[in-house]
Design a protein around this ligand. Structure first.
Ligand code: GLA
Ligand code: GLA
Length: 662
């Protein structure tokens, strides 16, 4: 199924014509056609131009933009334009601006300044969304709706009194009565027993650590409050334009929003991805995000923004060297994207993003950047047939936002050194290097498609999640400090691993966080050793067998890694999980999609008539590898078989027979 009515892969970018005199627009359209652009994101930050005074609209300029795009065969990803409230709203209703944890109300002058709980803000967005839908619902350029922009960017939370009232309503829905909340939050500790919901505030700045259960519910609430803003606009769009798909741009793997919940509210997932060109490993981190995007709805998704070259918001904004913009784009496709779009089309001449790269740089069509744009447009045309095909994974990594929020609570943990994304990457990086496709999954979703499931950390684990993992018949690996607390951040009876105890056949006697700089040696059964840092545990086995033990220090001789049946438990933070992973992959019978030299990434998409194997050389030297099956490289049209070479920052997209038919 296609994302929108536009055939092939989507290509284009954020288009901000209101920053330019109208004479420039004709050139924009002409050059978009030349580059093969078929989609432009319009009006994301245009509220103050579209509704310059309350209820008074100025749609003329946007009419002309959409007409122009349509005349040139370019579809619109039309924003509802609600991402930045206009000055009149802020001046008339200063209470629509967000308040920080110290009680300071933030000023106008940037963007995305709003209190997510403000009924005035919400009503104004819904009114504008309706006006946009009624104006443009039948415009032939309209292909998709883009609500808001990067929810949680700039404004994730607001601590004002309106937000406090909203938080209390949210808590009342969750706990029904105040004693339910008292029990969940454990308010007998530190004298916090409440007698009325009205006594509860957001976790503003307090004299000491705030109740972690309160902070956890606040995280849930903040994600939900923004989602309500999205939903309020979506209801109107559905009513007026039921056939136009609705999305909003995610921000890769983001701590602040529970994207499992958010994705369920969208027609398709879109993502904004900004890997740092200065970081030679950034392609691995972004691959993990892309795998999340594919997994959220288990269907193709859209890369809605990336930078053609440098961004303008890091300490040092390094450009992308020749070939990287194309390779980054092909990478998103390898991970299941059905389009690659950019921020932005024409490079700005003023404002905070004037140094941010664009598809059409300041220097115009003479530039290297423009040549890259033309080349990419050409390549995407050659890859049109992959639109709608999808990836299939045998391995899944568990990601749960509740657990992430609990683990990274600001205070009161055994250590502040366990960051979820680092734990995830410890498992993801070797899988990625091997060429094994990885899905992400919440812990309570059907896991029967997978042969191997890895939960790098499941600090917060409900009975339901534990039952789901226990019923899963495949190989399972559970990382340390899992099964510690329930949904309200209360320690499970008997301690860790709580509801996973029977499955794993052990209990954790005592957590053993390792001081900074300490390297704890671990010895495997075959005599080889590994290193744990940051975290270890004193484990008592209850049926599980030790497959590695601590080799030195106070834990010497204690089990470090255990197994019971198909369930492996890794009771420490290993620097390199390869031995455990290799064993689990062998037991699960999982094979890489290709045999890869270092620096080469593989991705496989399956279509009705063929498989598409992406081989991406992220290195700066030529890579050699041997193909398992012959095929045609869609980028060059060449038939390939046997040994092949891929140049630095180059790629092959091989159409081959389906796996079983080779
Ligand atoms: C102080 C406080 C106690 C407790 C301990 C924990 O001594 O008085 O209530 O918080 O710290 O170490
Ligand atoms: C985000 C925003 C865009 C732009 C880019 C710049 O993705 O959504 O409006 O600011 O960052 O990198």
């Amino acid at each position: 199924m296609r994302l929108t009515r536009v055939p092939g892969l989507l290509f284009g970018g954020d288009y901000n014509p209101e920053q330019w005199p109208e004479e420039v627009w004709a050139e924009d359209a002409k050059l978009m056609v030349e580059a093969g652009v078929n989609m432009a994101t319009v009006a994301v930050f245009s509220w103050s131009r579209l509704e310059p005074r309350p209820g008074e609209y100025d749609f003329g300029w946007l009419d002309r933009v959409l007409d122009l795009l349509h005349e040139h065969g370019i579809a619109a990803d039309l924003a509802t334009a609600t991402a930045t409230p206009p000055p009149w709203l802020v001046r008339e209703h200063p209470e629509t601006m967000p308040v920080d944890a110290h009680g300071t109300r933030l000023e106008f002058g940037s963007r995305q300044g709003y209190c997510p709980s403000s009924p005035i803000f919400r009503a104004a967005t819904v009114r504008l969304a309706r006006a946009m839908a009624e104006r443009y619902g039948n415009h032939p350029a309209l292909a998709m709706w883009h609500i808001g922009n990067e929810y949680a960017d700039h404004t994730l939370e607001c601590f004002c009194d309106e937000s406090a009232r909203h938080f209390r309503r949210w808590l009342t829905d969750r706990y029904a009565d105040i004693d339910g909340l008292n029990a969940a939050w454990g308010t007998s500790c530190w004298g916090q027993h409440y007698t009325d919901f009205g006594q509860i505030n957001p976790p503003r700045v307090a004299p000491g650590p705030i109740n972690p259960a309160q902070v956890l519910d606040w995280r849930r609430f903040c994600s939900d409050a923004l989602l309500e803003c999205f939903e309020a606009e979506k209801v109107v769009l559905r009513e007026v334009t039921p056939d136009i798909p609705v999305t909003t741009n995610f921000m890769s793997i983001l701590h602040g929003l529970d994207y499992w919940k958010w994705a369920a509210a969208e027609d398709f997932v879109s993502d904004d991805a900004y890997p740092d060109p200065a970081d030679p490993t950034s392609h691995t981190g972004i691959a993990l995000s892309y795998d999340l995007m594919r997994s959220l709805k288990r269907r193709p998704w859209l890369l809605l923004e990336q930078a053609p070259s440098a961004v303008s918001w890091r300490e040092v904004n390094v450009p992308k060297p020749p070939g990287k913009m194309r390779l980054d784009s092909l990478q998103a496709l390898a991970h299941g994207a059905d389009g690659v779009m950019f921020f932005q089309w024409r490079q700005a001449h003023y404002g905070p993003e004037k140094f941010h790269s664009a598809l059409l740089p300041h220097g115009g069509v003479q530039t290297r950047g423009w040549q890259d744009t033309l080349r990419l447009g050409g390549d995407l045309g050659k890859l049109a047939e992959i639109a709608g095909t999808h990836g299939r994974a045998d391995v899944a990594l568990v990601l749960d936002w509740d657990s992430w929020w609990g683990l990274e609570a600001p205070e009161s943990m055994p250590t502040k050194r366990l960051a979820l994304l680092r734990l995830m990457r410890t498992w993801y990086e070797p899988l990625h290097a091997l060429g094994i496709t990885v899905d992400l999954t919440p812990p309570d979703r059907d896991l029967s498609d997978y042969r191997l499931v890895i939960a790098p950390n499941l600090y917060l684990c409900t009975e339901e999640s534990a039952a789901n993992l226990s019923a899963y018949p495949g190989e399972l690996v559970v990382g340390s400090f899992s099964g510690v607390v329930d949904a309200a951040d209360r320690i499970h009876p008997g301690g860790a691993p709580g509801p996973l105890r029977e499955l794993l056949g052990l209990s954790v006697d005592e957590f053993w966080p390792l001081a900074d700089g300490v390297e704890q040696s671990v010895r495997y059964a075959d005599g080889t050793t590994g290193t744990a840092t940051r975290w270890a545990e004193w484990i008592r086995t209850e049926g599980a067998a030790g497959i590695a033990e601590y080799a030195d220090g106070d834990l010497a001789g204690q089990p470090a890694i255990t197994r019971l049946g198909r369930a492996t438990y890794v009771g420490c933070a290993l620097e390199d999980v390869t031995p455990v992973l290799t064993d689990a992959l062998t037991r699960a019978g999982v094979r890489p999609v290709a045999d890869l030299p270092p620096g080469v990434e593989a991705g496989l998409r399956t279509g009705p008539d063929a498989d598409y194997l992406f081989l991406l050389n992220h290195g700066t030297t030529t890579a050699a590898l041997t193909l398992r099956a012959p095929g045609t490289d869609l980028l060059t049209g060449r038939d390939l078989h046997g040994s092949i070479e891929i140049g630095p920052r180059d790629a092959v997209v091989l159409r081959t027979a389906h796996e079983g038919e080779k």
